[in-house]
Design a protein around this ligand. Structure first.
Ligand SMILES: C[S@@+](CC[C@H](N)C(=O)[O-])C[C@H]1O[C@@H](n2cnc3c(N)ncnc32)[C@H](O)[C@@H]1O
Length: 240
């Protein structure tokens, strides 16, 4: 989970990457529509600062968001004021509403074990309206991860300059878990310099872990490739 002073940096950096949130949301919306043409409500789980949610709101009249970080969610609320939102850990999520689509993008790797993944997918399924669709973006599998991977961002924004550097390694010698350290710095003409750091751990689940999690949740799932998501997407519907 991120510290509360990191949400603005995350938002600024992600907005300035080549990641095309509008295209990603349109792709997910088309996949949902192909399976549930009348879908109206969509819950974006781990919606962060709402960078997908604002585009989902163009495709679905009833968008909603959930995230474990109140700070991240505050930016999502500002972006999509008409969307109901909930601060909740997904491992405990229990919302008094059902949705035609439950999506989780760029976030599922925060779960720690395949058992936790299966439990959370079960919670997603519990929040589906009849005929509803789950969409989950997988993260890297162990063999797709490059230990020592480095990324760098430099963003200029309204007079401020922000840098973000990351370095990722396997966590504690485990082959199925990575640790990413992030250092960031902000240079503001009036406020001067400030810097901070974050450490995030992520699981490197295998395709069979996702398939098993959906099966345990009573869902028929398929892994769909193509489109803007390098690792494709898992799409599932509850059976029975
Ligand atoms: C990398 S960000 C992705 C945000 C957004 N989906 C996007 O694509 O920009 C991961 C998000 O997952 C949230 N998150 C991580 N672990 C969580 C958990 N256990 N419960 C709820 N939210 C969690 C973080 O607060 C963060 O907003």
């Amino acid at each position: 989970m991120y510290h509360d002073d990191y949400h603005e940096i995350y938002d600024l950096v992600m907005r300035n990457r080549s990641k095309d949130y509008a295209a990603e949301a349109a792709h997910v919306a088309a996949l949902i529509r192909a399976r549930a043409p009348e879908a109206a409500s969509l819950l974006d789980v781990c919606c962060g600062t709402g960078l997908h949610l604002r585009h989902f709101a163009e495709h679905f009249p009833e968008p909603a968001g959930l995230d474990g970080s109140a700070a991240m969610l505050s930016l999502a609320r500002a972006r999509v004021p008409h969307a109901p939102t909930w601060v909740s850990d997904i491992r405990e999520m229990k919302v008094d509403a059902r949705f035609d689509a439950v999506v989780c993008l760029f976030a599922i790797s925060h779960l720690e074990t395949p058992e936790e993944l299966a439990d959370v997918i079960g919670r997603f399924a519990d929040h589906l309206a009849p005929g509803g669709v789950i969409v989950v973006e997988p993260w890297l599998a162990p063999e797709e991860f490059t230990p020592g991977y480095v990324s760098a961002d430099l963003v200029e924004d309204g007079g401020r300059t922000v840098t973000r550097l990351s370095h990722s390694v396997l966590d504690g010698g485990r082959a199925d878990r990575m640790r990413m350290r992030v250092h960031y710095a902000v240079a503001d003409p009036a406020a001067g310099l400030r810097s901070g750091e974050e450490t995030t751990r992520m699981s490197l689940f295998r395709p069979e872990h996702y398939a098993d999690a959906f099966a345990r949740a009573g869902c028929a799932a398929e892994h769909v490739t193509g489109g803007p998501f390098a690792g494709g997407l898992w799409i599932a519907r509850r059976t029975g």
